[in-house]
Every structure is written in C-alpha cells, then in structure tokens.
Design a protein around this ligand. Structure first.
Ligand SMILES: Cc1cc2nc3c(=O)[nH]c(=O)nc-3n(C[C@H](O)[C@H](O)[C@H](O)COP(=O)(O)OP(=O)(O)OC[C@H]3O[C@@H](n4cnc5c(N)ncnc54)[C@H](O)[C@@H]3O)c2cc1C
Length: 394
C-alpha cells in the first residue's frame, strides 16, 4: 500500500497541469496515466494557441480566458510556441458583415486586432487566394502540445510530484461516502483526495464512485500535408464550422477539423468524407491545397461536458467546469475537471487546485502563471514522447 496527498487520474494537459500546480504549492501528488503522457486529446489536437477570436462572437467567456492564457503561455512556455499570428480571411462567399462583427467582439473581450485589405493580407501570407477581400489579424499562434505536456510534467516532478505512465486506474476506493484512494493492478494507493482529469473518459472514472457526469465525446479530424502551405494560422471568416482553419506545424500544414459524436472514445469509426471536407472547405482560401500531398489524417476526441450543450457541439461552450463531487453528489474526496482547451489548461488546473486545497486545508496560492516551464526538448526525451509525435504529425 502506498499513500499520497492527492492522486491525479490522467496524464493529459489537464492532469499534468493540476499535478504541477499542486506540487508547486507543496502538496504531495501522484499522477497516474494509463498510456503515455498526452495519449488522449492532448496529443491529438490541432496545435492552435487560441487568441480567443474563434469564440469571440459566440462565447465571450471562452474568448476572454483564451486571450488571458495565450499571454501567460507565451511567457512561461515560449519554447513550445511558434508566434505565427493568425488571420481571419474574408472571401466573397463569406457573410458580408462577419469581419465587422468579429472585430467588434474581439474589441469587447480585449483581443488586439488589425484590419487588412486583401492586398495587405496577401503580402503577409502570399498563399492566400487572389479573391481575398479583407482580413483580420489576431494573436493566434501554433503550440506543440506534446512539448507543453512534457515540460509541465517535468516541472511537476521537479517540485516533488510522482508521475507513472502505463498505469491505468482500475477502480476508485470508496469508504462510506468518501473516495479514499485508487486501485492500480494489485495495488491500492490511498489518498486524501482524487482528481479526475481523464478527459473524454472522465465519466467512466467518476462512475467508479457511483457519480454521473453527463459528457459527450466528439471526434475531430485533422489532415496533415507533407509541405507547409501557410506560415500564419489561416481561419475562414465566418461563424465557426467544420473545415475552417489551417495551423502551421514545423514543415507541415494541419487542416481542421470536424465534429462528430462518438459513443466510445477508445474505439470509433473514422470516415473518408472528413478528410475530403477539410480540403474542400479550405482550398478556396489557400488554393495551393488543391495540389498538396496528404501525409495522413489523425483524429482526437473532445471531452465535452453535456450540461453546457446548446445543440450541435460546434456551438458548445469550450469553457471548463470543475466539479466538486462532495457538493454536487454527496461523494467526498473527488473532484473532476471536464471540458476546456489546451490553451486554457493552466487556468483550469489552478481552479481545480484551489478547490482541492480548500478541501485539504492547504493555505498556499498558485504561482503557475508566473513560473517559466523547464526546457521542453529535454522533457520530451525524459518521457519518451517522440513516438507520439511521429504518430500524429510526421
Ligand atoms: C480534434 C481536437 C482539436 C483540438 N484543437 C485544439 C486546439 O487547437 N487548441 C486548443 O487549445 N485545444 C484544442 N483541443 C482541446 C484540447 O485538446 C483538450 O481540451 C485537452 O487536450 C484536454 O486535455 P485533458 O488532459 O483534459 O484530456 P486528455 O488529453 O484526453 O487526457 C486524459 C487522459 O486520461 C487518461 N486516462 C483515461 N482513463 C484513465 C484511467 N482509468 N487511468 C489512468 N489514466 C486514464 C487518458 O489516457 C488520457 O491521456 C482540441 C481537441 C480535439 C479533440
């Protein structure tokens, strides 16, 4: 039997973010990941460091947290980020007033923008279609998610956290109405508190304590070209929809994405039309994609928290929720972190850690917004994440 202060279930960006935050506050924390770090959505996402502009019109709260965390990550995780900038590119087929609405919404939430004519936009990004009428420049960027996860985990370990990969949590130990630990293989790890950071699997982990979390898993396809067809993040200038963004990633362009509900995040069908749709929707804005060579398409599964649903998940809030199951369900010792984005993971981890520290009576503030992460390349080697990069990107 092993004992720890807090067990974190899940080694995606949320789990390592929570482990880092708690460890830096002096809490004894053990993180358990069933596969390798970033094996879930965190290792198979699009790589956009959101400026928040994609949410500004529909979801001001998400947009605000994106721009705040965009600025934080540029300070603390600079070696995981390429400062590409982003453009919302207006074509004749796009809604007439969308660029004005987007610009106004960005101003409302404090996202800095620059209006460009079609000619100015094409000077900045020569691959744009000659039909480009206008564009809005925003502070989007490209982020390497594996590097971010590895560096965050390394910082957690440097502050005393213990991280185990290839260690699935098979059960939660419940005594009376409290979660008091986890079962791992033949072993029990007792803990004062368990954090459920299992992403699209969070409902399954919570169910081990008899708690119901209404989640919806939604798959998204991303197609990788062998060459790099734009140096800027290129967004279609229209309400958020499938196939509306191209993100640069080293020598490649990544086209995304789709949004299809899946029953089982471990095993789901993928379909040819998803790749076709990405090229169809994005070639009008970057004509070179018509002749681009496809390297491969990969899929990730979004952990969407169902109570925020307003219909099709393209319109869901991407903001996060921290569920204190003592308050919500009468089950003490368990907190779940659901929803969110890679860009806002640090803020989510801080909220989770605040809630856990309240429960544990730990009186320490988060300092994760001001503390730079350690060297990302060294951290990638430490956790042997290079094989994952090959699967998703090359
Ligand atoms: C298609 C797509 C594109 C996206 N694009 C972007 C983007 O461009 N920018 C952005 O900011 N965000 C993006 N996101 C969102 C972002 O990727 C996710 O919000 C974020 O990665 C979620 O991290 P997580 O740690 O909560 O979940 P995950 O990364 O899924 O981590 C959960 C982990 O829990 C582990 N686990 C599950 N069950 C157990 C168990 N029983 N025991 C131990 N471990 C367990 C899993 O193996 C997994 O590693 C995208 C998401 C998708 C799906």
């Amino acid at each position: 039997m092993h004992e720890t202060g807090v067990v974190v279930v899940g080694g995606g960006v949320t789990g390592v973010g929570v482990a880092r935050d708690l460890a830096r506050r002096g809490v004894d924390v053990t993180l358990l990941e069933r596969g390798e770090l970033a094996a879930g959505a965190s290792g198979s996402m699009h790589g956009l460091l959101h400026s928040g502009a994609r949410y500004a019109v529909e979801d001001a709260q998400s947009a605000r947290s994106c721009i705040t965390e965009n600025r934080v990550l540029r300070e603390i995780a600079a070696d995981c980020i390429e400062d590409t900038g982003g453009l919302f590119v207006s074509l004749p087929s796009d809604p007439d007033d969308y660029l004005d609405r987007l610009d106004a919404a960005c101003a409302d939430v404090g996202i800095e923008t620059e209006r460009l004519t079609g000619a100015e936009a094409r000077e900045r990004e020569p691959g744009l279609a000659p039909a480009t009428e206008a564009a809005l420049a925003v502070p989007d960027g490209a982020i390497d998610p594996m590097a971010l996860v590895a560096a965050t985990a390394a910082d957690a370990e440097a502050h005393g956290a213990v991280i185990h990969q290839q260690t699935p949590v098979a059960d939660l130990v419940v005594e009376d109405t409290s979660v008091v630990g986890v079962e791992v293989g033949e072993k029990t790890i007792r803990a004062d508190h368990v954090v459920n950071a299992a992403g699209a699997w969070a409902d399954r982990v919570a169910a081990l304590a008899g708690v119901d979390i209404e989640m919806r898993a939604s798959r998204g396809a991303m197609s990788v070209t062998t060459g790099r067809h734009a140096d800027t993040v290129v967004n279609r200038c229209r309400p958020k929809s499938s196939g509306d963004i191209v993100v640069p990633s080293d020598g490649h362009s990544i086209l995304g994405t789709t949004d299809v509900t899946v029953e089982n995040p471990d095993s789901f069908a993928t379909e040819e039309w998803e790749t076709e749709l990405l090229f169809e929707e994005l070639t009008p804005v970057l004509p070179a994609l018509a002749d681009a060579e496809l390297s491969h398409t990969y899929w990730g599964v979004r952990p969407l928290y169902e109570p925020q649903a307003t219909g099709d998940s393209v319109g869901f809030s991407r903001d996060y929720s921290v569920l204190d199951h003592a308050e919500r369900d009468g089950v003490a010792g368990l907190t779940s972190a659901v929803g969110g984005k890679l860009t806002t993971h640090r803020a989510m981890a801080e909220s989770v850690s605040d809630a856990v520290c309240d429960r544990l009576g730990v009186d320490a503030e988060s300092d994760t917004a001001d503390a730079p992460l350690p060297d990302a390349a060294a951290a990638m080697k430490k956790y042997d994440l290079d094989s994952l990069v090959t699967r998703t990107r090359a």
